[in-house]
Ligand binder design. Structure first.
Ligand code: PMV
Length: 355
């Protein structure tokens, strides 16, 4: 990079949805509202260096390094997003851009990283925009813009620019909700969800057989399409009510219904939509038995893959860790699981510096 290069760094977390976004229309707009928990430890860190191009050329020019290796598929995906953005961020074609990115969750754990990586990328781009345009946004406007940009890269990434609970998609039950960007979902003072924990049980670390973009596309022709929209919107209304009322049993049953519904839709979408493994079901059975026995408020959710998120509360940690070690870890690939929890959202890593 030349002398005038500027560096920006952001760390953004992954998130796990309790009400799932599944199906999209137009330019990455959701068919239904969703609500997620931002994680603390599963993050992507991205540094962006940029300097003025030496030559007159309006093409997007970028390099993308992941764990210090140039990765062409990531470069292609990023170029796709930047080309979408250039109509509103025209400065992007004036600079050479170099991204260096790292995930801190272990490789090959089957954890989708598009939410954290697109979140971190979007935050870097909005910081860059502030520097180039010399227009400093208010904190609210900054994160709203980052959420909007992240959404264009990956829908669930729109929720990764905030901490706590986050919703995305217009819903009458959530004030200021929007299809264009996500908004933080405030928890009241004594809400136990402020201490919510997530153990990610790695049933299989293999790449999933259906990409989420294909899964979303298949929803356009799915026979349950309309019913799914109604179900998701009802679940969102009910879970927001349950959260406000501290009704932890309802939160658990809605979240489990959402996870199983997502997989029911996947399984009936095409021939390769069966992503659950025998051990996914073994874990679900064990969780139900343990809940019955212990009376604890824990529950499961699952993303578009075979791994299970065991959601519980900090005050139950000792019993849950014992349960995971003694019972659940035997169903995990190489006994692997990730210990995570609700997080505070992204972090700016450097105040932009000129070299
Ligand atoms: O953000 P995408 O396009 O990868 O879609 C992800 C959708 C789910 O993870 C399955 C659900 C969600 O709301 O995060």
């Amino acid at each position: 990079m030349s002398e005038e290069s500027i560096n920006i760094g952001w760390r953004a977390p992954s998130n796990i949805a309790l009400v799932k976004y599944w199906g999209k229309r137009d330019n990455q707009l959701p068919e239904n509202g969703s609500l997620s928990i931002t994680l603390e430890k599963s993050t992507t860190t991205t540094f962006l260096s940029f300097c003025k191009k030496g030559v007159e050329n309006r093409d997007i020019s970028l390099k993308y390094y992941f764990h210090n290796e140039q990765v062409l598929p990531f470069e292609k995906k990023t170029a796709l997003l930047l080309n979408k953005l250039v109509s509103e961020m025209s400065f992007l074609s004036d600079y050479e851009l170099i991204f260096h990115s790292e995930n801190n969750f272990p490789h090959s754990t089957g954890i989708a990283s598009s939410a954290s990586s697109m979140g971190a990328l979007a935050l870097c781009l909005v910081s860059m925009e502030e520097i180039i345009t010399k227009i400093k946004l208010s904190k609210d406007d900054f994160f709203r813009r980052a959420s909007y940009i992240a959404r264009l890269g990956s829908g669930s990434a729109s929720r990764s620019v905030y901490g706590g609970l986050v919703s995305w998609g217009k819903s009458e039950s959530i004030l200021e909700s929007s299809d264009q960007y996500a908004t933080p979902f405030p928890l009241h003072e004594g809400s136990r969800l402020k201490t919510v924990m997530d153990i990610i049980l790695i049933v299989s670390a293999q790449e999933k057989s259906v990409s989420s973009s294909r899964g979303h596309a298949l929803m356009n022709v799915h026979p349950y399409r309309e019913a799914r929209k109604t179900q998701a919107n009802n679940n969102l209304t009910e879970i927001t009510q349950a959260i406000r009322n501290d009704d932890y049993q309802s939160i658990a049953s809605i979240a489990e219904n959402e996870a199983l519904s997502l997989h029911a839709l996947l399984m009936t979408s095409g021939s390769d939509g069966l992503l659950l493994k025998p051990n996914t079901l073994n874990i679900i059975e064990e969780i139900k038995r343990f809940r019955e026995r212990s009376g604890l408020d824990l529950f499961f959710t699952i993303d578009a893959g075979p791994n299970v998120h065991l959601i519980y509360y900090l005050d139950q940690r000792d019993q849950v860790l014992e349960f995971v070690n003694q019972t659940l870890s035997q169903y995990c690939e190489e006994g692997k699981w990730i210990d995570d929890q609700i997080g505070n959202g992204p972090q700016l890593l450097t105040t932009p510096v000129t070299n």
